[in-house]
Design a protein around this ligand. Sequence first.
Ligand SMILES: Cc1cc2nc3c(=O)[nH]c(=O)nc-3n(C[C@H](O)[C@H](O)[C@H](O)COP(=O)(O)O)c2cc1C
Length: 178
Amino acid sequence: MSTAVVYCSQTGFTEKYARWLAESLGTRAVPFADRASAGVAAAETVVFLSWFHAGGLKGARWLRSVMDARPERRYVVVGVGAYPMPSDEWPKSETDAGFEHAFPHERYPRLARFYCQGGFDFDRLCALDKLAMRAFFRMQAKEAETDPRAAFALDAMREGFDGTRREYLQPVLEHLRG
Ligand SMILES: Cc1cc2nc3c(=O)[nH]c(=O)nc-3n(C[C@H](O)[C@H](O)[C@H](O)COP(=O)(O)O)c2cc1C
């Protein structure tokens, strides 16, 4: 079965997941800029990996248009964010909200959605995102005074971190092979 893997990444964390996944599937990971050559039109399964940006998912509009044109195929989206993997402290409902915003269940009931923690690398951000993050840090600093989760997130992002783990892709692989 042919599977097209397309990814959108600014600082490299989503790219890492895309390369791991493609390697496990024996295919290639194609960057978003080259999506026209990814073989999406002929693929039976389309996997799109992208990163969360202010509650939305970069490139979601593209995937929506692909799904709208060919709804009968199998689609999988892997969202990558700074948010930790779901736990009691960081409930799945919070990352699910981002997926729901990008791909409402009512409209895309068959789309499989998976979350993988990425990382944060301020130096590799574009100028506009650097500005946005500076504003976010200021806002978080206030919240961090009373909210331990905000304090944890702020420290991690200020220092930078790589939260990627290949094993986080296991549920995606099981779904694709199942
Ligand atoms: C401007 C901006 C907004 C972000 N918004 C979110 C968000 O809403 N939720 C989240 O979990 N991570 C958010 N992040 C963190 C990124 O999703 C995270 O750093 C991701 O690993 C980046 O992937 P990349 O390395 O493939 O570009 C944001 C990062 C930036 C720069």
